[in-house]
Design a protein around this ligand. Structure first.
Ligand code: FAQ
Length: 330
């Protein structure tokens, strides 16, 4: 099927017969499940899609530290603090692998950061929602990392080698993150009436934003068809959203919590849950910068970037001196 599809021109998918011989050979490699490596020839649209998706993913990991970083100093026990700290550090590591992977098709980290700060590049909508209580640390781990894994496990088989390889380690770590979140939720759900109320409130607030993480419906998704033809994406947004709902509802039931969706029902015929769609107007509004925390998140990134300038300059000066010494010694 994918052999019928071609490169992204920004105007949709070109039929195979209109491809150049080079583009056809590239598509054949993708169809055979060959891994594409940085030095291989690739269509310009493929290269741009990699930078857009991997770069956005990297930004999400880094911005994604902020809602949880907010709770490190307020974790209820030393053990919870240590675990949360380790998780947030993992997210920093994921951002670094992903920036490294995104650089391989030919963009610098500085350029990606500038594009983020100027609003030309996005990060995941989910990180524009606030974390108001300790139970939100449970909901973020359980639902947000849970959604991230659902999306990322198939990406281990993505066609671009550096991205696929980065995903292997990231997925292992995300699965620990999901478990630590669920563990917090279990503790809260089995706790005092006030703790149960906090757990339910966190689920109520994070359920629909988590469903939005998978992107707009397939009908509205601009990039899915081409990205799937190139195996940069393995599943559609709706497929992954459905899998996430099917996996998560029994987990909520186990906790004794209620998914905030009165239309949620098991559909015997489909073998899946029927569920309500999130408010897509809210999603697109958050993407435009109007979510509850967009301004704060970008301000935090800008501050970190500006305040880190002397470190970057120092490292570059050191590298230049080292290179000059090396040349002089030769
Ligand atoms: N947020 O045509 P599509 C994490 C944009 S995991 C913001 O369907 P595509 C771990 C999309 O970019 C979170 N923007 O797009 C963690 C496009 O706009 P553009 C990150 C979104 O790319 C956990 C437009 O809408 N994971 O951080 C979103 O084919 C806890 C049209 O959409 C990844 O990035 C959204 N939710 O599919 C860290 C996974 N959805 O670019 C800390 C890799 C869509 O043309 C704590 N990415 N848009 O201006 C992907 O799989 C895909 O890029 C999708 C979107 C599925 C996100």
């Amino acid at each position: 099927m994918y052999a019928q599809m071609v490169r992204s021109t920004g105007k949709g998918i070109t039929p195979r017969e209109e491809m150049s011989a080079q583009e056809r050979a590239f598509q054949d490699r993708v169809d055979r499940d060959d891994r594409i490596e940085p030095r291989d020839w690739m269509p310009e649209g493929y290269r741009k899609t990699l930078i857009r998706q991997i770069g956005q993913h990297a930004h999400s990991e880094i911005v994604g530290q902020l809602p949880e970083g907010n709770w490190i100093t307020r974790a209820p026990t030393l053990e919870r603090k240590t675990i949360l700290l380790a998780k947030v550090q993992d997210e920093a590591g994921h951002g670094l692998y992903l920036y490294a992977a995104a650089e391989t098709p030919g963009v610098s980290r500085d350029e990606m950061t500038e594009d983020l700060l100027s609003g030309r590049m996005k990060y995941s909508s989910i990180f524009n929602y606030p974390t108001l209580t300790w139970a939100d640390m449970g909901a973020v781990g359980w639902l947000v990392d849970g959604a991230a894994i659902m999306n990322q496990v198939p990406l281990q088989r993505t066609s671009y080698g550096p991205y696929a390889r980065a995903m292997v380690r990231i997925c292992k770590e995300e699965s620990f993150h999901q478990r630590q979140g669920y563990d917090i939720m279990m503790k809260m759900a089995q706790g005092s009436p006030e703790q149960r109320r906090m757990a339910q409130d966190a689920l109520d607030r994070f359920w629909y934003p988590s469903l939005m993480m998978f992107g707009p419906s397939d009908a509205e998704s601009v990039h899915s068809a081409q990205s799937m033809a190139w195996k940069i994406k393995i599943n559609t947004n709706d497929e992954l959203r459905q899998k996430f709902v099917d996996q998560t509802v029994p987990q909520a039931e186990y906790l004794g919590l209620t998914v905030p969706d009165e239309h949620l029902t098991w559909n015997e015929e489909r073998g899946h849950y029927d569920f309500s769609q999130p408010d897509w107007n809210e999603f697109f509004d958050v993407l435009k910068g109007n979510g509850p925390c967009n301004t704060d998140r970008l301000a935090a990134r800008r501050k970190a970037w500006d305040e880190g300038a002397w470190v970057r300059e120092g490292l570059l000066a050191h590298a230049r001196k080292k290179a000059a010494r090396h040349t002089a010694a030769e």
